[in-house]
Design a protein around this ligand. Structure first.
Ligand SMILES: [Zn+2]
Length: 127
């Protein structure tokens, strides 16, 4: 496990996340993620820490409103958010992590268009 640092484009939002150096990321095909090209790294809340930028984050939600899509209101980048599958954790956008601590990124496809079929219990587990 290493501490990765990341954030939005303008630099106001900065966070750290504890995760393996060899990351497994999920590429989701849902209406939101496919438009944004978001790559998910989902972690429990105690492995994520927002360092700066709470005051510039703005929230967008839709459908069940469980997921809280958090965008930087200055540059528009969603560098992390609260996912519907893990409402007690965070999904970090692997594309927003600084280089230097990542050894490898393995990308798995995730069928978020059929979310209920992927998560019949209404949520996902941490791996
Ligand atoms: Zn920004």
């Amino acid at each position: 496990m290493v501490t990765h640092i990341g954030g939005c484009h303008c630099g106001r939002v900065r966070f750290e996340v504890i995760a393996p150096a060899r990351l497994e990321a999920l590429e989701c095909n849902c209406s939101m993620c496919s438009k944004a090209g978001y790559l998910h790294l989902i972690v429990p809340a105690d492995r994520f820490k927002l360092l700066t930028g709470a005051e510039v984050l703005t929230t967008y939600s839709f459908n069940t409103h469980t997921a809280k899509h958090l965008f930087c209101s200055v540059c528009g980048v969603k560098s992390f958010y609260v996912p519907r599958s893990h409402p007690d954790g965070f999904s970090v956008n692997v594309r927003c992590l600084d280089p230097g601590t990542i050894e490898e990124i393995k990308i798995q496809q995730f069928n978020g268009r059929e979310w209920e079929a992927q998560f019949p219990k209404g949520r996902g587990q941490y791996t």
